[in-house]
Design a binder for this molecule. Structure first.
Ligand code: GTP
Ligand code: SPV
Ligand code: MN
Length: 589
């Protein structure tokens, strides 16, 4: 057989995969539009995808997953390193030998009657020194088409590999989508990922969370860089200055929205502009100038559909108007377009819901699954930054952590220094969302928004953050935000979305030492007068209430963090236990 690559390891990996799964046919994906068009056609013929209204949504398609396969499965996601200790207390662990054997038994013969596609892809610009190559084999056309949007797919990846270059191996087999045999396995010591019995994005688009976070975080630890669950955005000031910010929020907590923010009217009139570099993942290195530089390794957005509309996130909505794949949203049969909760009010009279059932506003169920998603090419985004295509990426002025907290955590606060900033990231808690299976709205610790994505021991990960701080001479300032404070009736106390610009402005002014702050038990908090409320019907008293640091609550929080920290044992950096002691002492003052 003629292979499109001379790389012996790629050929061996593909042959081994085929020997195990026994596909009828192997198709080598070359990334050409011709090949992708043929696959779209085939997927429509088999019913795997539906073609949407090509006048209103050119190049757009629709897909439904199995009802039991709609989100990441954290309880079935494992880190398989030789020593259990190295996976740490926040990951599921399985012995690699056992895991390989189990996956082989599950996947054996499962591609009979199917085609196996071989996808060569690059995380980051092909040919950039910061990019990494992966090869995913899969029996799903949906995966091929999504990967072609989310990553840079093409034969040029093989050129970069040469005859014996290394790559991240990804094996995906849909099997029977059996939730009892669903496993998302990572072998960081072998650069290998195996995913069986799922066809949901986060479990099967192996370049994304599996490679660009779990495997890459481990690579970053060994090679001295960082892979983070962060958006990257640029702010242009009226005087032409540019600043860049990376922000880590847990899944479905506002990264895509912040990354594409449209500032309130008077900011626009003054000349402020926001540009998107990335909305989910940042790979961060120390530059020659002693600053931290970030690139977005992805090439598209796998975004949460519900709540996206022309007010909340017009840029994301615009990005979905062509060449997009919609998953588990509702269909409007009147014109063969898509709909989801929050897109328009009121809802259309008649829809076909994400399960394929007839739906009306009286149905009493959601028309779109709460974790329904769009897969949109980054180039579609009206506010995409030029830096999106820069090999070096962008230098970071600020890092922002944030979670979904109804109480306790103020709208924004600044850490005292890098180490304290690492502490602030490490103590993040957030209410769970529909992005992963399981109950939603449950408060849990999610350090740096990486709990589900750190490919090694979380204590070592904290230590890595502390180490990185020593390597930068001009580190970004570190902040924490919370857009999700609620009143007693469960109503959000901050307008959020575009109005988050008001908080961003304070953050960037702090980076320039251009605005004062009050020192509190947890760090620097704005004076309410320093948050611009122009054009907003919003009271200073409410603002003050969500900036208030309640020492009694934080004292209890400190006790709870102490319990949380116990699991890390000796691996917890002293810098963090010192910060915790300071927090507790500050609260008792
Ligand atoms: P992942 O793709 O899962 O990593 O999610 P994400 O972090 O990119 O979250 P996204 O921006 O898609 O937002 C998730 C949900 O939070 C959506 O339903 C948004 O409408 C909502 N949301 C985002 N920003 C805000 C905000 O500032 N305030 C409020 N109240 N809700 C927000
Ligand atoms: C997330 O859950 O953080 C996502 C979507 O960005 S997924 O690709 O499913 O991980
Ligand atoms: Mn995410």
């Amino acid at each position: 057989m003629a292979y499109p690559t001379k790389n012996k390891k790629v050929i061996a990996f593909v042959e081994e995969s085929a020997k195990l799964a026994c596909p009828d046919k192997i198709v080598w994906i070359d990334g050409s539009e011709e090949q992708l068009a043929a696959l779209r056609k085939e997927a429509c013929e088999t019913g795997e995808m539906l073609k949407l209204n090509q006048e209103k949504l050119p190049g757009c398609y629709y897909h439904r997953t199995a009802q039991n396969d709609v989100a990441r499965v954290e309880d079935r996601t494992f880190i398989c390193c030789r020593e259990k200790e190295n996976a740490g207390p926040t990951n599921n662990w399985m012995d690699p030998k056992e895991a390989y054997q189990m996956c082989a038994d599950i996947a054996r013969g499962q591609m009979k009657g199917r085609t196996m596609y071989v996808i060569p892809y690059s995380m980051g610009l092909i040919g950039s020194p910061f990019s990494k190559i992966g090869v995913e084999v899969t029996d799903s056309i949906y995966v091929v088409l999504n990967m072609a949007i989310m990553t840079r797919v093409g034969l040029a990846c093989y050129d970069q590999l040469g005859e014996d270059g290394d790559f991240v191996k990804g094996f995906h087999a849909k099997c029977s989508v059996d939730p009892e045999k669903r496993y998302i396995m990572h072998f960081p010591e072998d650069d290998t990922i195996i995913s069986v019995n799922s066809a949901y994005g986060g479990n099967v688009l192996l370049g994304k969370k599996c490679f660009a976070l779990r495997i890459a975080s481990y690579l970053g630890k060994t090679e001295g860089w960082m892979a983070e669950h962060m958006l990257i955005l640029g702010v242009t000031f009226p005087d032409g200055r540019k600043k860049y910010v990376a922000a880590a929020f847990p899944s479905a907590c506002g990264k895509t929205n912040l990354a594409m923010l449209i500032p309130p009217k008077h900011y626009l009139e003054k000349g402020y502009k926001i540009e998107t570099v990335g909305d989910d993942i940042a790979w961060i290195r120390v530059g020659e100038d002693g600053r931290l530089w970030a690139v977005n390794p992805e090439n598209g957005f796998f975004g949460v559909a519900p709540g996206t509309n022309d007010k909340s996130n017009p840029n994301a909505l615009a990005a979905t108007k062509k060449g997009t794949i919609f998953t588990n949203v509702a269909i409007d049969p009147a014109d063969n377009t898509v709909w989801w909760e929050g897109l328009t009010k009121p809802a259309p009279e008649k829809l076909i819901d994400w399960l394929g059932n007839d739906w009306t506003p009286e149905s009493g169920v959601k028309a779109a699954h709460p974790n329904s998603r769009f897969t949109a090419p980054a180039v579609n985004c009206p506010c995409l930054s030029e830096a999106f295509n820069s090999k070096e990426g962008v230098p970071l002025d600020a890092i922002i952590f944030g979670g979904r907290r109804a109480t306790t955590t103020p709208l924004v606060y600044q850490s005292r220094n890098w180490d304290h900033g690492v502490f602030v990231g490490s103590i993040m808690s957030s209410e769970t969302t529909a992005a992963a299976t399981g109950a939603t709205g449950v408060l849990r610790h999610d350090p740096m928004a990486m709990k589900p994505f750190c490919g090694y021991h979380m204590g070592d990960y904290f230590a890595h953050w502390i180490e990185m701080g020593k390597k930068v001479t001009n580190p970004p300032k570190i902040f924490n935000v919370n857009w999700f404070r609620q009143d007693a009736n469960g109503e959000f106390l901050w307008p959020g979305f575009g109005d988050n610009m008001r908080v961003l402005e304070w953050i960037l002014n702090r980076c320039d030492n251009a605005v004062d702050a009050q020192e509190t038990a947890i760090g620097y908090v704005p004076y309410a007068k320093d948050i611009d409320l122009e054009g907003l019907d919003y009271s200073r008293e409410t603002l003050e209430s969500i900036l208030y640091v309640d020492k009694a609550r934080w004292s209890a929080e400190a006790d709870e963090i102490k319990e949380f920290y116990k699991q890390f044992g000796d691996k917890l950096p002293k810098e963090l236990s010192d910060c915790l002691a300071t927090l507790k002492a500050n609260c008792e003052k």
